[in-house]
Design a protein around this ligand. Structure first.
Ligand SMILES: NC(=O)c1ccc[n+]([C@@H]2O[C@H](COP(=O)([O-])OP(=O)(O)OC[C@H]3O[C@@H](n4cnc5c(N)ncnc54)[C@H](O)[C@@H]3O)[C@@H](O)[C@H]2O)c1
Ligand SMILES: O=C(O)C(=O)C[C@@H](O)[C@H](O)[C@H](O)COP(=O)(O)O
Ligand SMILES: [Zn+2]
Length: 347
């Protein structure tokens, strides 16, 4: 078992290990449990036995739960169940369910305690840690939300055994991202044949990937600076998710988006890291891209939350573990989009 402390404005512990679902400690008399409706029922039953919720709220799978409509239903259910201010919301499942649950916790009664129990690789290494919560709009990903850190995070690695292998590979994109921006030792470990549910390196690699995020959010919870580096690859990724109506999942979009960002970094004089991002895509085997032009993606990229009054900013790399935030001239964005498409379609 590994424990990672998150500090800064919010202090909490992330626990990574086997058999944790039955040992959660949620010290509130009124608990609401939120989970995706397609989650294996045994996980829900184990968590119910452990935290004794007064209400359990199933929500649609994947990003179908990250809507204002689903959020409104969840908030009404919390109110109907009389969850008081000293109650708590537990988010169980992948990143989509924990993002929704966290925003419900942040907004219900202006904020109640929140706990996360991620059951996907992506949820463990990224979404359940750090307090970014929210839902999507038709105009783009995560455009409504709040910073609302959890009180504790439990990553039960046993739950990954039921995860479809494509969903496991989706989630690996965020661990690989942590390798590119901060800890290059993760790169080979994430794409190694040993890295799979039940594998010998799983717990250590997951914990080390979490440690990267924990360090960043400890220093910069509300993204005044360094936290933006966790967005490497996401300017195009969020556009791909929105423009394909989620036919490309978040983890796959991040895989594609990291390769675009690596190409932009090289075009602006940085080291050529594209062999790393291509290696990852060959390993991940994402769903193929539908026909797409730069002009399809550009309006969504313009709404990226790193944009300011002077326009869009990208997370770029001078070299491995040397991220920076920069602007890219439009002709470069267009030319690299064409080169990126040709390369990723030929994988
Ligand atoms: N808040 C953050 O910092 C942050 C970080 C990264 C991603 N995200 C968000 O996370 C979402 C993607 O999350 P994801 O990749 O976990 O996918 P997901 O939440 O969409 O889950 C994928 C599918 O796997 C199912 N599932 C979950 N655990 C399972 C298990 N153990 N066995 C079998 N099935 C299981 C889910 O119910 C769902 O159908 C996106 O909405 C993305 O924007 C948020
Ligand atoms: O925690 C962060 O900060 C991240 O950027 C992590 C990302 O992997 C994650 O997808 C996040 O939800 C994106 O945030 P957004 O602010 O671009 O919506
Ligand atoms: Zn992400």
């Amino acid at each position: 078992m590994r424990q990672i402390e998150v500090g800064g404005g919010a202090s909490y512990r992330v626990t990574v290990g086997a058999g944790l679902l039955g040992q959660l400690h949620v010290p509130h008399r009124h608990v609401a449990l939120i989970h995706p409706e397609d989650l294996p029922p045994a996980f829900v039953a184990q968590v119910q036995a452990s935290v004794q919720p007064v209400v359990t709220i199933p929500v649609p799978a994947r990003d179908d739960c990250k809507t204002l409509t689903v959020l409104a239903g969840v908030l009404s259910t919390l109110a109907a169940a009389n969850i008081p201010r000293d109650g708590a919301v537990v988010g169980l499942g992948g990143g989509a369910a924990t993002d929704l649950a966290g925003f419900a916790a942040a907004s219900y009664l202006r904020g109640v305690a929140f706990y996360t129990v991620p059951t996907t690789l992506l949820g463990m290494v990224d979404a359940a840690v750090g307090g970014k919560t929210g839902v999507n709009l038709p105009e783009g990903k995560n455009l409504v939300g709040a910073f609302w850190p959890p009180q504790a995070v439990w990553c039960d690695t046993d739950t990954l055994a039921t995860l479809p292998s494509a969903v496991f590979r989706e989630g690996a994109a965020e661990a690989y991202k942590h390798g590119l921006i901060a800890d290059p030792s993760l790169l080979g470990r994430v794409t190694s044949p040993d890295f799979h549910a039940g594998g010998p390196t799983l717990e250590g690699t997951v914990a080390d990937a979490i440690a990267v995020k924990a360090g960043v959010v400890t220093r910069d919870l509300t993204e005044k600076g360094e936290r933006a580096f966790l967005n490497f690859g996401h300017t195009l990724a969020h556009a791909l998710e929105a423009v394909t109506h989620h036919a490309i999942s978040h983890g796959e979009a991040v895989g594609y988006g990291m390769h675009y960002a690596a190409r932009l970094s090289r075009a602006l004089g940085g080291a050529d890291l594209t062999e790393h991002t291509l290696t990852f895509l060959r390993w991940q085997r994402p769903a193929p891209l539908p026909p797409l032009t730069y002009d399809d993606a550009a309006p969504y990229m313009a709404r990226d939350k790193k944009a300011d009054a002077d326009g869009v900013r990208f997370v770029l790399l001078r070299d491995l573990a040397q991220p920076y935030l920069g602007r890219v001239p439009e002709p470069v964005l267009r030319a690299e989009f064409e080169g990126w498409q040709a390369e990723v379609r030929g994988l």
